[in-house]
Structures are given as C-alpha cells and as structure tokens.
Design a binder for this molecule. Sequence first.
Ligand code: ACO
Length: 312
Amino acid sequence: MPLRTIITGTGSCLPDRVLTNFDLEKMVDTTNQWIVERTGISERRIGADGEATSDIGLKAARAAMEAAGVGPEDIDLIVFATITPDQPMPATACLLQAKLGARRAAAFDISAACSGFIYGLSIADGMIRSGSARRVLLVGAEMLSRVTDWQDRSTCVLFGDGAGAVVLEGTDDTASGVEYVRIHADGTLWDMLHIPENFIRMKGNETFKVAVRTLEALVIDTLRENNLQASDITFLLPHQANERIIRATAERLGLPMERVIMNLEKVGNTSGASIPIALDEAVRSGRIKRGDRILLEAFGAGLTWGAALIKW
Ligand code: ACO
C-alpha cells in the first residue's frame, strides 16, 4: 500500500460573467468601499443560465486530468464537494462521471460547505493509503449564485461561482504529498449559516468571530501536532471567505502576507471550490514550487472546519 498521497494535477474553471462591486451598488444598498474594506472582495463570477455545477466541475476536472496525464478510465473514485448540486439526487459526482466517461469510478458527493475540499482530501487520502482506490478525482464546485438572495446585502456581496479539481495518487516517496489532514465539526452551531428554504442565511458577525477564533486555534494546533514552526510553512492557503479572517489567521501564525495565497478579490467566496481554485492558480503561475510546504485551512457551514499540510 502506498505510503503517501500526492496531487498529480490541478485544474479550475471560472464562469465568464463578472459581477463587480459597482454592479452590486445598483442592486442593493451597498458601496464598493464597504465591500472592499469589510471583505477584500472586488468582483466575483456568475454562472450562465443553464450552466450547472457539474458543467464547471467537468471543465476543472478535465484540466486537472490533463495536467496529471490520466484518462477517464484511470479514475477509481470521484469525490465531489458541493452545497449546490445539480439536483438533490443523483449525486453530482455521478453526473460528472457520466460526462467524463469515467466508467470504472465510484462516485459520491460530500456536503461540508467551505470545508468540502479538506473533507474530500481526508477521504481521498484515506482511500488511497488503505489501497481502496489508486486514483481519485476530487472536485470542489459551486453555483452559489443560485442560492444567493440578491436582495440581501449582508450575503449577496460575498459569494461567487467556480470550480476546482485535483487528481490524487499514491506514492512510496515520503518526500512529498499529503503530510497531514484533520477535519472537525460542531453541529450545535448549524444555524449560524444555513439554507432554510431557497437562500443562504448567515449570522455574519457571529460567524466571523467564531471563524477567527477557530482558525487561529486550528493553525496553531496543526503546527504543534506536526512539530513544525511557522518558518517551516512556505504558504498558507486559506479558504477565501474574508480578507480580515485570512489576515487574522496569518498574523496568529506570524506569517507575512507574501506567504499567504489569496485570490478572493477576483472570485469572492466560492465555498467548496475556493481552495482548489486558488491552488490551481498558484501552481499554474509557478508560485507554488516543488518542495514547498502548504498549509490549507477552511471553515464553513455545519459548522465544519479542517486543515491539511501538503509538501509539493
Ligand atoms: N453594504 C453596506 N453595509 C452593509 C452591508 C453591505 N453589503 N452588509 C451589512 N452592512 C451593514 C450592516 O447592516 C451593519 O449595519 P448596522 O451597524 O447599521 O447594523 C453594518 O454593515 C455592520 O454589519 P456586520 O454584519 O456587523 O459587519 P461585519 O464587519 O461583521 O462584516 C461580513 C460582515 C463581511 C459578512 C462578515 O461578518 C463576515 O465575513 N462573516 C463571516 C463569513 C464567513 O466566514 N462565513 C463562513 C464561510 S461561508 C460558507 O460556509 C458557505
């Protein structure tokens, strides 16, 4: 059985339509200045009519598979992290399996909101190291615009649509790969952030405070459990919810912002897609290089949260 799980390819897809803060000024009582100061977000992408979560997931998946040099028949398992599935049933992972022609792959969705990618990474790592799957396609994709109340200024300025994907495989080389992954939940706080009927409802300020507190403890625990110092981390790659939350986490770690990967200015909060989109951009631009150690962290509805360490 393989000793480690490595990411052999990354991909992402952002819908073409850009919705800027200035567009939002015309839709709700808000200003570009408020949104930038309170969140760090300037624009986000919105899926086209008829474009489904599985469609953008497919584009991200194809890009990741091409980068990994694998075909549809090479995939044993598709894990799809989303809170905006095409339909409640069947799993969007199954729709993606059909679109890809990945006939050998088992397929299921996971619902862990913004922590979906870290949850998926934990599952993929476990399945690969136990010998249950050789190659896993992990996709995080969301059409949050479909569950956004465009009349609620406290949430509609935050979210965007997008997809990211990675291909994971086993290796016996312990010099690289997933070094650590840990996931958590607290269902007693389910009502901080939920979709009671059609739209996302969030106790924004309370969620903000719990997020900062939880993530600060999470990154410090991650270092401690792995006997690492902040200087051992090349990049912090956080879930892209709010620049102020990200800055607080980096500060607690003592990491300068040059060592934080952040793209929320252009994409907003894409929930389960946010980490794999930012990862793909950083890999393709050459910012993340072989030998770098990346600390991933996320916090979201559930509540759920989690962290991972990856040596590239
Ligand atoms: N434009 C202008 N004013 C606004 C807007 C807006 N878009 N939204 C809210 N306001 C107002 C409020 O009405 C309030 O006014 P009041 O003081 O007169 O009552 C004031 O701004 C302050 O509102 P707060 O909610 O206290 O603002 P806060 O600084 O907390 O920022 C935000 C709001 C950005 C939503 C922040 O709370 C946040 O980022 N929360 C956490 C989000 C998060 O991490 N979610 C988890 C992941 S998401 C997932 O899992 C899908």
